[in-house]
Design a protein around this ligand. Structure first.
Ligand code: GRF
Length: 216
């Protein structure tokens, strides 16, 4: 498995911790970043995971950059790709060989609030419920089929920081749980749909106290 991250890397840390606890049978073959100074890279180095930092500045366009980065991912031997705070949209054509093998974590209840500033937008809309989603990555920004969600109640007096602080620990449980399911072979992307044990999952799975379960 390879991980791409642009920033602090707390979700990467959660994946590594889950592996260390024996909850995730993952072999981390590469952590890549578009930011040379990303703390996620330092975390990976400390864990003994090979890293690559490629700056988009050296490339003519998004397509050539993404091709180069995903080639490095392929060369690492990775079968799966996890976007954990990777802040660039991947070029559709470069992504093609990875569709169905790439997942992303996003801090909203997708399909609501694709893109940035999700906590702010939840508060502005007056939503009573917020959360995080893990989805298969397609060329559409935060638009691929949603695999699973973690729900968070919005409390009176919440601000962006409070929501972010309460959501992050849920993300840190959600992402390893979905990755574990993916690596088990039970989860698949078929005809644009999420399938579990060969059957389409009509509604995203939910993170409960004891892991993922069917919604409803
Ligand atoms: C997380 O909130 C994740 O949902 C979003 O970017 C943030 C990354 O945080 N895609 P970290 O780098 O994993 O700490």
């Amino acid at each position: 498995m390879a991980v791409l991250a642009s920033g602090r890397g707390s979700n990467l840390a959660a994946l590594l911790a889950a592996r260390d606890r024996g909850e995730l049978a993952a072999d981390f073959v590469l952590v890549g970043s578009d930011k040379v100074g990303a703390p996620a890279l330092r975390l990976a180095e400390a864990a003994g995971v090979p890293t690559v930092a490629l700056s988009p500045a050296g490339y003519a366009d998004r397509h050539s950059y993404d091709n180069a980065l995903l080639q490095r991912v392929a060369d690492s031997g990775a079968q799966w790709l996890v976007l954990a705070g990777y802040m660039r949209v991947l070029d559709g054509e470069a992504l093609l060989p990875w569709v169905g093998r790439t997942i992303n974590i996003h801090p909203s209840l997708l399909p609501k609030y694709r893109g940035l500033h999700t906590h702010r937008r939840v508060l502005e809309a007056g939503d009573l419920e917020h959360g995080a989603s893990v989805h298969f990555v397609t060329a559409e920004l935060d638009g691929g089929p949603v695999i699973a969600r973690a729900l968070l109640r919005v409390e009176p007096g919440d601000d962006e920081d409070a929501l972010a602080a309460r959501l992050l620990p849920l993300e840190h449980r959600l992402l390893p749980a979905v990755v574990a399911l993916l690596l088990s072979g039970r989860l698949q992307y078929l005809d644009g749909q999420v399938c579990l044990d060969g059957r389409a999952v009509p509604t995203p799975l939910l993170l409960g106290a004891d892991g993922l379960h069917a919604a409803g």
